[in-house]
Write a protein that binds this ligand. Sequence first.
Ligand SMILES: [Zn+2]
Length: 184
Amino acid sequence: MKYCSECGSANLVRRAPGHDTHSRLTCADCDKIFYHNPRMIAGCIVEHDGKYLMCQRAITPRPGSWTLPAGFMECGETVEQAAVREVLEETGARVEVISPYSIFSVPQIDEVYIMFRARLIEFSDAPGPETMEAKLLGPNEIPWDNIFYPAIKDILQRYIDEKARGTFGIYMGCSEDGTVHFMQ
Ligand SMILES: [Zn+2]
């Protein structure tokens, strides 16, 4: 950002306003503060008859890699609505959220992922433009070596393990450190 969106000044500085704990980009002329906060990404792990709904990315970065459907939340929606909408846009599947499954922070890039368990209502097999192909894949069909992001691989692997054990936890953490919480 080069100019203040409030007054057009180029006199932007970084400073901690008042009692704030973080330094913020601030307009030195009109005192407008520009807050920069993490972005929320919502998505779903959708299991149906032992298979998992995955999509092959058509867009950068890493087109051709496989991932779980997820994307940026929009203003005016709940995180669950965002997750369901992203699944529909990226895979053509209508789903219903069951419960939270992973709350995963990536502070290095200021992103927070909230992944839900969801059940399939209808799979029309008509993915949007961000997806080459959407498929329900069994554990042996999942392209484990070509998954977009390591955390996505971890989520899938944990789900498959937990399904075999018959109990699902909720992960909370980041890539370095985190805990799976099981309800008592
Ligand atoms: Zn200004």
